[in-house]
Design a protein around this ligand. Structure first.
Ligand code: PLP
Length: 439
């Protein structure tokens, strides 16, 4: 069997260190490896396979669409594209809005910035984003991201990006461990950044509404606070729902937890949009932003934007979320997973914080000292012991995702309840083994 080892330039790794198993199939929350092992996927791969692997209805929709029409450019209409756009607008409650289809999350975010600038008449307007955020690995998205690793490779100022600190209450951002105080001050920091540059020079604030891959879950008052602060200043609010959308945070879209008080002007989607069965992203524009663009030329779009096969997959995915009640399931199982993790925290001194609880997304932050909250290793390095724990889990048939000191749990929303319980029990056991100084 061919191996990628010597021929593929791999993303997000040092080439000489690349070693990963080859996946040959999948079903539900499990992946099938070439060496015969069956692995429970506790991160939905890149937090994207929300529907599990090889969802039969999505696979069938792709097959049917392929037989009928594989491709037509976005210059021409296509039935699945129209139906998917309508379905997204309905789920988002964006009456009168429009959907612009892209290939993935990064180009959705870049286009959202273009639309915000064009619609506001601020072609050079700054974009406010957060330190430690991740918005994609294209050049402009590396500038938008506050991820230390990608940001160091570009000049954010050249893209008009202004970074503000995230509401990282656990580590005492803005001088407070109290989530509500931290959230309030973090909103004030965004407002101050806008005021400092002048609202006329700021086109948008772009942020992940709940959590991103950085594992910093925003306090409850943060997102509604941002909405209010941007609205009064007439600056567009862009919700990057690439990771948090499609049930991951217990709602279709994470901002919906706050109702209209959290409704953004634009939101970007990818990942769960097709459950990762095919590449697809989207920018969803409010009626007001869409109306402002109605008579303007849009100089944007890639050849494969809104590919009919991907749109057919997206439509089938949306139906599956609905028919299988996966948004509700995510909320219920997510609540249960969060409680279990909190119980684990009471047994393992290494767990400093457990965040999440809204849907099947939770983060465990590991610390060297609970009293001082000293991180196990300096961000973004992953401690060797944590890598060893992840490897041990893999050899027991469970794939866990970690970033820095964080373990991110984001299993497919279709995960079997017993599989979830078994994976959490394994994590409990491995924490005791690798970090034995319990409480
Ligand atoms: N935005 C967020 C919040 C993400 O988590 C990601 C990917 O992890 C992206 C954007 C980029 O999406 P893509 O990899 O599809 O370009």
């Amino acid at each position: 069997m061919a191996s990628e080892h010597d021929s593929v330039l791999h993303s997000w790794c040092v080439q000489s260190q690349w070693q990963a198993p080859t996946v040959v199939g999948g079903s539900g929350a499990h992946l099938q490896l070439a060496d015969g092992r069956r692995i429970l996927d506790m991160s939905s791969l890149a937090e994207c396979s929300n529907l599990g692997h090889q969802h039969p209805a999505v696979v069938e929709a792709i097959r049917r669409q392929a037989e009928q029409l594989c491709f037509v450019t976005s210059a021409w209409g296509a039935q699945p594209r129209a139906e998917l756009a309508e379905a997204i607008l309905e789920k988002a409650g964006f009456d009168g809005g429009r959907v612009f289809f892209t290939l993935a999350g990064a180009d959705a975010n870049e286009n959202a910035v273009k639309f915000a600038r064009q619609a506001s008449g601020k072609p050079h307007g700054s974009i406010v984003t957060r330190d430690r955020s991740y918005h994609g690995a294209s050049y402009a998205c590396m500038a938008l991201s506050g991820d230390a690793r990608t940001r160091a490779q570009v000049d954010p100022a050249a893209f008009g990006v202004v970074h503000v600190p995230p509401p990282y209450a656990y580590q005492g951002a803005f001088g407070s461990h109290d989530p509500s105080i931290c959230g309030e001050r973090a909103v004030e920091a965004v407002a101050a950044a806008i005021d400092h540059h002048g609202a006329a020079n700021v086109a948008a604030v772009m942020m992940e509404p709940n959590a991103g891959t950085n594992g910093i879950v925003a306090p409850d008052n943060y997102w509604p606070g941002l909405r209010a602060a941007t609205e009064t200043r007439q600056v567009a609010l862009i919700a990057d729902e690439v990771m948090s959308g499609f049930g991951r945070c217990g709602e279709w879209f994470a901002w919906q937890r706050y109702g209209d008080a959290g409704k953004p002007d634009l939101m970007t989607l990818a990942k769960g949009l097709t459950g990762a069965h095919l590449p697809l992203g989207a920018v969803v524009l409010s009626a007001e932003i869409a109306a402002r663009l109605e008579h303007q030329m849009l100089y944007t779009g890639l050849t494969y934007c809104g590919h009919p096969l991907s749109c057919a997959a997206g439509l089938a995915a949306l139906r599956a979320y609905e028919q299988e009640k996966l948004i509700e399931r995510s909320r219920t199982l997510g609540h249960h997973m969060f409680n279990e993790l909190q119980a684990m925290q009471s047994r393992h001194a290494v767990i400093g914080d457990v965040r999440g609880g809204h849907g099947l997304f939770a983060v465990i932050e590991l610390v060297a000292d609970r009293a001082t909250r000293q991180p196990l290793s300096a961000w973004p390095k992953t401690p060797d012991t944590l890598n060893a724990l992840v490897n041990a889990a893999m050899s027991e048939g469970v794939s866990l995702a970690c970033r820095g000191n964080l373990i991110l749990l984001a299993p497919p929303l279709v995960i079997d309840e017993q599989d979830l319980a078994d994976a959490l029990a394994l994590l409990d056991r491995l924490l005791a083994h690798f970090f034995p100084s319990g409480l």
